[in-house]
Design a binder for this molecule. Sequence first.
Ligand SMILES: [Zn+2]
Ligand SMILES: [Zn+2]
Length: 843
Amino acid sequence: MSQQFCDVALPVPLDTTFTYKVDGAPVVAGGRVIVPFREKRLQGIVLRLHDEAPGERVKLKSIIAALDSTPVLDEGLLALGAWISRYYLAPLGEVYRCMLPLGAEFKQVIAYSITERGTEALYQSAAVGSSKRSHLGPERQMAEYAVLDYLAEGELVREATLRSATGATREILRNLTAKKWIAREDLSSARDARRTIKIACLKEPEPSPRPAQEQRLSGTPSPSQHASDGACREPSAGKLNPNQQKIIAHLRAAEGRLSVEELRQLSVPKTTLGTLVRRGIVEILEEPAASAVPAMQPRNTVDFLFTPEQQQALERMNQSVEARQFQAILLHGVTGSGKTAVYLAAMRQVLNSGRGSILLVPEIGLTPRVAADLYGIFGEEVAILHSSLSDDERAEQWHRLSRGEARIAVGTRSAVFAPVKDLALIIVDEEQDHSYKQDETPRYHARDIAAVRAKQLQATVVFGSATPSLESYHNAISGKYALLRLPDRVQHRPLPEVELIDMREEFQAAGKERLLSRKLIEEVTLRLERGEQSMILLNRRGYSAFVMCRACGDIIQCRDCAIALTHHKREHKLLCHYCGYQQAIPRLCPKCGSDYVQFLGTGSEKLEDMLHAAFPTARIGRMDRDTVRGHHDFERILNAFGAGELDLLVGTQMIAKGHDVHGVTLVGVVGADTALSLPDFRAAERTFQLLTQVEGRAGRGSSPGKVVLQTYFPEHYAVQFAAHHDFEGFYEKELRFRGWMHYPPFTSVANVIVRSDQQELALRYSGILGKWFEGERHEGVRVMGPAAAPIIRLKREYRYHFLLKSASRERLNSLLRVMLRHAQEQHVPRSNLVVDVDAISLL
Ligand SMILES: [Zn+2]
Ligand SMILES: [Zn+2]
């Protein structure tokens, strides 16, 4: 007996689920459905089926379509989503939407065709002309006839096409439909996620030729058409025109099969193929497109020469997987110690035992070359999920995993939700990387989700890093995680020597501000003479950091944010690095009209220019978000650098991320400590991590490396410990500091941002919450605020915030829940509140 109702989680900012009537549709829990919701149709996930009729008065709507006959989210992933929803206080439907990369599989497609009545009306109007009287205005009438005229041939035309061709508004289409002059049709349906291609196939001609009949080339083929093997046979020669013969000849040469796409290259009229199909000489089959995965045979073994430490780490990971019990491992390996090789070997081992694994990598790390390497090692067993895939490609990779065709998923943040079968191992590489935290709802941290998912499945999770986060390191030394160390670089290569340059002394010696110290210039010169390579880090994009009027002191700010605009010289504009707003460079001060407009501060673009001036013969490349628009740019610059086509590479933190260029013997650090002055308790940790990562780029080949570290804070412990490669020293000191200040990992934090594009509203809402926090008992939770957020205006919104700290996650969470309820009662819209649990950035 099938159930009558289903509860659906919808991607709307409401903390509730919705009940719909099933009406016999083949609905499954964990499957997707399309439902009507406030004038819209939404895709949601079915949570459960039941027969509990809601009250008599409630009029339930029915679901429009069921998209899946088997669950797309299994019980484990449904439960994981529910956990995320509770922990991060995010609406369940929004969590599920973010877990599934399948949005592209459903699009509402409306199409129109002319009716008999419409055809009649069209002919009448042609006969009578425009003199026909009508209650409609002439313009409106013209618009209606334009639509009828466009549809006159009787085809079914999609709404988007029809509207762009005729300029008709929705209202005109609605009127025509109401008059029954045109018919509206809903072509929406769940598409098969596998992309298909059309194959033209030579056919045995029928004994007596079929009469020409209208046969659509597109549309869903019948199942029998899929059975293409042996279906392609030779046609007997008939009366064929030269174009037709050309197509036949090409098909013959290709053993009777060619994609329609390839035939289009032949420069014969498009109708030719259609004619051949109608005459029954050629048939068109629709087949799954060759997958994005190149057909490669996986190597049977991963042949790495391991150091004893690597071997030990691998064995420990293998044991843990085989034990089939939850285990978290922190793999702390210095830069260049060969962590990746250990990951790959462990994943190979898991695959050999018939189980699955996930490797998470930071946003920038997944270049095409890395992907090619992974395919080389794992062949079609690997599915790669990264941001440059199209929606369709992403969906295809997802389905390959869910069907068990691929058992390894590699990807950025959201790959933590990959539907890998029999998941035994999750590895989070560069676990400290901030791209693992999503900065929109749901604001989950993939590293933490990896641990939750592994626990759920009795699997092993490995966090790898040269500079682990304080949180993970604390878990390791307190025994919650196992700690594995790779203390040495491969082949006993030494860590680079670091020389600190006190830029205050440089200033005194030169009598003016200098960007490049004498020492750094000397060392770069030496590298150029020896034919070795250098990298220089300046963690700021653009040419000049800000533009100031000397007459009135005004700094030019973004129109929509309380942020100084950065001067980008090559593109001749001022740019906001937070929202992307740009404007022309003013000649006069926009405030007082004086022409004393000055460009101050230095970014990577200016540094590149300065290096060109200092080293005119050097070949210099730059890597930052202005020169790298995607993975391909990233790889192109790295390849050029790796191939020795560049002597010097300057850039932002992008150059510090785990790549391996053996010719680099010098790393210069120019202004990487500015973060130390930011109002953020993670500033020291971030600086230490960045410095350590960039130092790690030096001396990875046979020649030893050197780092010249310029700083204005030479005594700061983050700088000192980074200069001495002293990880434990840094962690010890930083942990003590965090303990005193009641910061993570000793407490949990949540940042509550109240935002509105109207300042009065933002203030009023934060006042409501502030009063409530004051009056409410909230034992064990410290509430700071309301205060203006460090960036008080961002993307047009004014922002005030509360910072909540508690030693008990549970208390923190329940207080936030009650706060949200209170906000709702006080009519503070949910969309004006951001609750960021375990906030990474407090700006
Ligand atoms: Zn001015
Ligand atoms: Zn802005």
